[in-house]
Structure formats: structure tokens, C-alpha cells
Write a protein that binds this ligand. Structure first.
Ligand code: HEC
Ligand code: HEC
Ligand code: HEC
Ligand code: HEC
Ligand code: HEC
Ligand code: HEC
Length: 345
């Protein structure tokens, strides 16, 4: 900066000398005494803390590119409340800036993007590394429950990975519920409800959360642990990867608590098999009652007791959760047991 200033001054002085030789003009206004300015901070100092040659940004980017967030394609669901979970702009507009009202007539996001760096991080807000901060932190006001759990860094995930509103929500001993379509239930991603044991239909008693409900940063600890290539962990967010033809659980996030992790891989398989069987039993009961279609996960329109409607809701939620119990082992097993007891004929 200083060098440039000096060079400019010299050229300027030279031209003045040139002018004064040829023609005498009127005297100028006396100049103010100059002061040598302090050099400003380099404008790119913040940028290069992220845009450096460490390859860190590249690693996260190739992981994300393989995630369902990038490849799933359902960000085409860009209208109403769908856009709050399926598009980046809808998420930020609804959960962060309050500029998107999903209930406004014709609400839609144009040029929608899938969940990406800008959805979860404050990228290019302050142009400093502080921009890695997450866009959604703290308590999450969840649908279908008055509870507002805090998932730590996982609050980012829980805002989208939770059940959609069900109205009216079945209550034990409450009024009958009319199911009007095959898609009755809490939608595809109710993982946050299962992790914290809230927002499901709870007949009977004995509900206790498993220690997994209170893992620090919840989702992030298990799903975003040390990456295995671009197949699992990190920003892929997957837990399973293919290793020479067989599917292996990425245990990088488990070892901190389960140092004897091979034993817990076996326990995980046993738990998942047990929960899968319970889900099959529950499904068979609902098929027999006629509330679900044999051979699919579709519900059958009709008016049902709250216990039967709640059982349909729980069956779908625990199927869509897709951890087969791992998210909250003791709670999930209790929900399934009590639900089956409640609809036993
Ligand atoms: C917090 C870390 C961070 C800082 C600081 C930062 N960037 Fe970025 N920048 C990113 C990320 C993340 C992306 C998106 C990468 C992607 O799309 O894969 C990005 C993308 C870009 C792009 C590609 C075009 C685009 O917008 O997607 C340019 C150009 C860019 N940044 C310039 C800058 C400049 C100039 C500065 C400083 C004034 C800066 N960045 C500061 C993280 C940062
Ligand atoms: C903006 C909403 C949003 C946020 C935030 C979000 N997700 Fe997702 N996630 C989705 C959607 C939507 C899909 C499905 C994408 C599709 O089908 O197009 C998905 C898919 C996934 C999948 C793949 C599921 C499969 O089909 O195999 C995993 C795993 C996942 N998310 C984990 C996470 C974790 C962990 C976090 C937090 C770090 C998170 N998500 C944050 C909306 C979100
Ligand atoms: C509260 C957040 C939320 C809302 C609202 C929401 N979704 Fe989703 N949706 C998700 C998540 C999360 C997933 C991915 C779940 C997973 O893969 O475990 C998903 C998955 C899907 C899928 C993929 C299903 C599959 O089996 O691959 C479709 C299709 C979909 N949503 C459509 C919609 C439509 C249409 C709407 C609006 C009518 C909507 N969603 C509203 C969160 C939401
Ligand atoms: C679905 C949400 C989500 C998306 C999408 C996402 N991230 Fe992240 N990212 C996270 C979470 C959660 C963490 C862990 C933060 C924590 O524990 O506080 C993280 C951590 C990071 C870190 C480490 C930050 C630090 O403080 O050192 C970097 C770098 C990063 N992400 C880059 C990216 C880039 C680049 C993209 C886009 C290619 C991206 N992320 C997309 C959720 C996301
Ligand atoms: C105790 C560790 C743990 C925690 C905490 C956790 N998960 Fe999972 N999650 C799992 C395991 C294990 C599976 C099953 C993976 C398998 O069988 O391939 C799973 C499955 C899933 C799936 C289905 C897709 C897939 O990759 O199999 C999604 C989506 C998901 N979890 C999202 C979340 C979200 C969102 C949170 C936080 C609200 C969360 N998880 C918290 C361990 C965890
Ligand atoms: C923050 C600590 C923590 C983390 C991280 C964690 N667990 Fe656990 N897990 C526990 C505790 C505590 C128990 C209950 C005591 C026990 O069974 O060891 C448990 C129990 C289990 C059980 C037995 C379930 C049952 O029937 O009671 C399985 C299976 C399991 N964990 C799998 C996993 C897997 C897989 C991961 C990683 C994806 C994981 N855990 C991550 C703390 C953790």
C-alpha cells in the first residue's frame, strides 16, 4: 500500500513539474498538512482462514456431495411447510430469519436449494471463521408435543428430522380419530422424537429414556464422527459403509463410550433384530384390525379408537426412524410393547 502511494505521488509530482514548465496557472488553495495513514487490515485475512490450502473445506464438500442432503432430490418439495425442511431457503426463512410463512396462501420457495453449507453454517455472514457457527442452536419447539428439548449441535438436525404435525393427535382414552388417507402419521423423519422420547403416542406406563437420549450433541456425535472416506461419518452423515462387500457400522462415534466396541456392534445387531420383530408383530395386528394395508405401509381410511390410530402412528414413526431402536433402546421397546397391549383384541 505504502509503495503504491509513493509511486503515485512521484508520478503526480512529475506531472506537476511538467505542467509548471509550460504554463503558469493561478495559485492553488494551500493544502492541509498530510499525515501518513496507518495501513488497513488486509481485506482477505478472514477469507484465507477458510479458503486456505489445508484441504479441510474440500474434504467436507466431497463428503456432503455424497450425502442424501445433496443427492436426495426432494428439495423439489418447495411449497408450504414442505419447504421448511426440504429447501435451504425455506429452512432459513422459517427457522432463522422469520421471512418465510409456510401457511401463507401460495407460499413457495423459488429456485430452491437442498440442505447445504449455507443452511447449517453462517457462511459469508461475517467473512471470518466465526461463520462456521450453526444457524440453529438451543431448544427446539417440536410439533405434536409441548416439550422443547435441546439437542446441542444436533438442534440443527432435529429442527428438520422431527415428526410433522398430526391434527388431532390421538390421546389415550380420548375421542375417536378419523383417518382420511393412506399417508396418515408423522411423515418420514421423526428421529428427533424417538431420540428424546417425545411426540409419540404413549399408552400405559413405564416410559424411561435410555442414556442414548442424553448423548452430548446427540445426532452429531454418532452420525458426524470421523469420516470413512465419503461413505460414512463426517458430512456424509451415514452410519453404515461398504467394506469389501459387507455393510459395516461406522463406530467412530461410539468408541468414546463403548471402548469394547465389537461387543456393542453385536448388541446393536441383536437390538435391531428384536425391534424389527416387534414392528412386524405390530404390523400384523394392524393389518388384521384393518387399519393398515397388508403388503404396504399405507394406512386405511376410516374411524378408529385413539389406541388403534395411535398404533398406526407409532408403527409408522418407528419404521421411518430407521435406527431400529438404537436411537433410544429402552424407550422404543416400551412404546412397542405398550402399543401392542393397548390394541390386543
Ligand atoms: C467460514 C469460512 C469462510 C470464510 C471466512 C470465507 N468463506 Fe468463502 N466460502 C466458504 C464456503 C463453505 C463456501 C461454499 C463452498 C461450496 O459451495 O462448496 C465458500 C464459497 C466461496 C466462493 C465460491 C462462490 C460461492 O459463493 O459459492 C467464493 C468466491 C468465496 N467463498 C470467496 C470468499 C471471500 C472473498 C471471502 C472473504 C471476504 C470468504 N470467501 C470468506 C467459507 C468461507
Ligand atoms: C434443512 C433440513 C435438514 C437439516 C437441518 C438436516 N437434515 Fe438430514 N435430511 C433432510 C432431508 C429433507 C433429507 C432427505 C433428503 C431428500 O430425500 O431429498 C435428509 C436426509 C438425511 C439422512 C439420510 C437418510 C437416508 O435416507 O438414508 C441422514 C443420515 C440425515 N439427514 C442426518 C442429518 C443430521 C445428522 C443432521 C444434522 C447434522 C441433519 N440431517 C440435518 C433434512 C435436513
Ligand atoms: C418437519 C420437517 C419436514 C416437513 C415439514 C416435510 N418433510 Fe419430507 N422429509 C423430511 C425428512 C427429514 C426426510 C428424510 C427422512 C429420512 O430419510 O429418514 C423427508 C423425506 C421426504 C421424502 C422422501 C421419502 C422417501 O421414502 O424417500 C418425500 C417424498 C417427502 N419428504 C415429501 C414431503 C412433502 C411433499 C412434504 C410437504 C407436504 C414434506 N415432505 C414435509 C422432513 C420433512
Ligand atoms: C445438515 C447440516 C450441515 C451441512 C449441510 C453442512 N454442515 Fe458443516 N457442520 C455441521 C455440524 C453439525 C458441524 C459440527 C459443529 C459442532 O459440533 O459445533 C459441522 C462442522 C463443520 C466444520 C468444522 C467447523 C469448525 O468449527 O471447525 C466445517 C469446516 C464444516 N462443517 C464445513 C462445511 C461445508 C464446507 C459444508 C458444505 C459443503 C457443510 N459444512 C455443510 C452441519 C452441517
Ligand atoms: C447413539 C448414536 C445415535 C444418535 C445419538 C443418533 N443416531 Fe441416528 N442412527 C444411529 C444408528 C446406529 C442408526 C442405524 C444405522 C444402520 O442401521 O445402518 C441410525 C439411523 C438414522 C437414520 C436413518 C438413515 C441411516 O443412516 O441409517 C437417520 C436419518 C438418523 N439416524 C438421524 C438421526 C438424527 C436426526 C439424530 C438426532 C436427533 C440421530 N440420528 C441420533 C445412531 C444414532
Ligand atoms: C455418550 C455415550 C454413548 C455413545 C456416544 C454411544 N452410546 Fe451406546 N450406550 C451408552 C450407555 C450409557 C448405554 C447403557 C449401558 C450399556 O448398555 O452399556 C449404552 C447402550 C448401548 C446399547 C445396548 C442397548 C440396550 O439394549 O440397552 C447398544 C446396542 C449401544 N449402546 C450401541 C451404540 C452405538 C452403535 C453407538 C454409536 C453409533 C453408541 N451406542 C454410542 C452410551 C453411549
Amino acid at each position: 500500500m505504502k509503495k503504491l502511494a509513493t509511486a503515485t505521488t512521484m508520478i503526480f509530482m512529475a506531472s506537476l513539474t511538467f505542467i509548471s514548465c509550460t504554463k503558469e496557472g493561478p495559485a492553488g488553495i494551500p493544502g492541509k498538512d498530510g499525515e501518513d495513514g496507518i495501513n488497513g487490515q488486509d481485506g482477505t485475512a478472514g477469507c484465507i482462514e477458510c479458503h486456505d490450502n489445508s484441504q479441510a473445506l474440500f474434504a467436507k464438500t466431497i463428503q456432503w456431495e455424497k450425502s442424501i442432503h445433496a443427492t436426495g432430490g426432494n428439495f423439489e418439495r418447495n411449497t408450504g411447510d414442505c419447504a421448511t425442511c426440504h429447501t435451504s431457503q425455506g429452512f432459513l426463512g422459517y427457522h432463522v430469519t422469520g421471512t418465510y410463512d409456510p401457511s401463507a396462501p401460495g407460499a413457495a420457495i423459488s429456485n430452491p436449494n437442498p440442505p447445504n453449507c449455507y443452511t447449517c453454517h453462517k457462511v459469508h455472514d461475517s467473512y471470518t471463521p466465526a461463520d462456521w457457527e450453526l444457524t440453529k442452536t438451543g431448544q427446539v419447539a417440536m410439533y405434536n408435543t409441548t416439550q422443547t428439548p435441546d439437542f446441542g449441535a444436533g438442534s440443527q438436525c432435529a429442527s428438520c428430522h422431527q415428526g410433522r404435525p398430526v391434527n388431532p393427535f390421538p390421546t389415550v382414552g380420548g375421542g375417536d380419530i378419523t383417518i382420511t388417507n393412506t399417508r396418515y402419521g408423522v411423515h418420514h423423519g421423526p428421529q428427533a422424537n424417538v431420540v428424546k422420547g417425545t411426540g409419540l403416542f404413549e399408552p400405559g406406563t413405564g416410559y424411561n429414556n435410555h442414556p442414548h437420549a442424553n448423548i452430548e450433541n446427540t445426532c452429531v456425535t454418532c452420525h458426524m464422527a470421523e469420516a470413512f472416506g465419503t461413505q460414512a461419518g463426517g458430512h456424509t452423515m451415514y452410519l453404515g459403509y461398504d467394506y469389501y462387500g459387507s455393510t459395516v457400522l461406522n463406530t467412530a462415534g461410539c468408541v468414546g463410550c463403548h471402548p469394547n466396541v465389537e461387543e456393542y456392534v453385536v448388541k446393536t445387531e441383536e437390538l435391531q433384530a428384536e425391534v424389527e420383530l416387534m414392528l412386524l408383530d405390530l404390523k400384523a395386528m394392524l393389518d388384521e384390525i384393518g387399519a393398515m394395508n397388508p403388503g404396504s405401509d399405507n394406512s386405511v381410511a376410516g374411524t378408529y379408537s385413539p389406541e388403534v390410530a395411535g398404533a398406526v402412528l407409532n408403527y409408522k414413526a418407528l419404521t421411518e426412524d430407521r435406527s431400529l431402536g438404537v436411537h433410544n433402546p429402552s424407550y422404543v421397546k416400551r412404546v412397542l410393547q405398550n402399543t401392542m397391549e393397548a390394541i390386543q383384541q
